[in-house]
Design a binder for this molecule. Structure first.
Ligand code: NAP
Length: 252
């Protein structure tokens, strides 16, 4: 129960990696604010946590909107009394080769990943600075190192790594750690949508990707949630500004 007495706020908490993270932190004893664009999946995750004996609150929150983010963070603090852990997990892809990428493809990816993370961090750090305690985990991707069709997404995910290093420098004096997880191929709705868009069978796609991964399989949301939990814990107290790739092999 390493998170007993701790309070977490997870954006994009309704599905995939975010949902697994909410459940992992709750299993460790944290009270969790499960924030998502869509209230249905967020409430399902919160209800599962409560049914297992934990504490959770679902929140409807579009991370691109300052008023949503400030309201959601405020509600979590009102309900649970503090805020110790922020996981900025909300994400979208709008893949296109550069000559076909639209302004909307670019803007929506930047708004969700970069502005959304900025807004969540800004709202959360106020409480963490006062407490002189905080753990912030951002979610990047192996795509930060380059991936065909993802000029927008890879720019945003690389940007998050720079943001984390700067936040680590600014917030370290307040005992706030800021780290980044950078997953490879994880089995979620996001990668399933890529297969659908390419007209490829998802099982075949996973098999092909697995063949290129030293551990011989694609990742599961729990593989990422476990590392997020580590960065959110006091075992990681002297680590900040770091990015850890979670890709089943030494190369991203
Ligand atoms: P997912 O299953 O599609 O989950 C993404 C979640 O983010 C969804 O619940 C979605 O809500 C939410 N979201 C999207 N836009 C939002 C917004 N404006 N405000 C609030 N919530 C929003 O995808 P995932 O694979 O778990 O992705 C989670 C994170 O991991 C993302 O940042 C993604 O870029 C990153 N990542 C994923 C992989 C992978 O292979 N899956 C690899 C590297 C990094 P709705 O469902 O309501 O739209």
């Amino acid at each position: 129960m390493e998170f007993q007495g701790r309070v977490a706020f997870v954006t994009g908490g309704g599905r995939g990696i975010g949902a697994a993270t909410c459940e992992r932190l709750a299993t460790g004893g944290a009270a969790v604010g499960v924030a998502d664009l869509d209230p249905g999946p967020a409430e399902e995750v919160a209800a599962r946590i409560r049914a297992a004996g934990g504490q959770a609150l679902s929140l409807t929150c579009d991370v691109t909107r300052r008023e949503d983010v400030e309201r959601a963070v405020g509600r979590v603090v009102e309900e649970f009394g503090r805020l110790d852990i922020l996981v900025a997990c909300a994400g979208v892809t709008r893949d296109n080769l550069i000559h076909k990428m639209t302004d909307d493809d670019w803007d929506s990816v930047m708004a969700t990943h970069l502005k959304g993370t900025f807004l969540a961090v800004q709202a959360a750090q106020k409480h963490m600075v006062q407490q002189k305690y905080g753990k912030i985990v951002l979610v990047s991707s192996t795509s930060a190192l380059g991936n065909r069709g993802q000029a927008n997404y890879s720019a945003a995910k690389a940007g998050l790594q720079g943001m984390a290093r700067t936040l680590a420098i600014e917030l370290g004096r307040f005992n706030i750690n800021v780290n980044v997880v950078a997953p490879g191929f994880i089995e979620t709705r996001m990668t399933r949508a890529v297969a659908e868009r390419l007209g490829v069978d998802y099982e075949q796609m996973k098999a092909a990707v697995s063949a290129s991964i030293p551990l011989g399989r694609v990742g599961r949301p729990e593989d990422v949630a476990g590392v997020i939990a580590f960065f959110s814990s006091d075992d990681a107290s002297f680590i900040t500004g770091q990015t850890l790739y979670i890709s089943g092999g030494p190369a991203a």
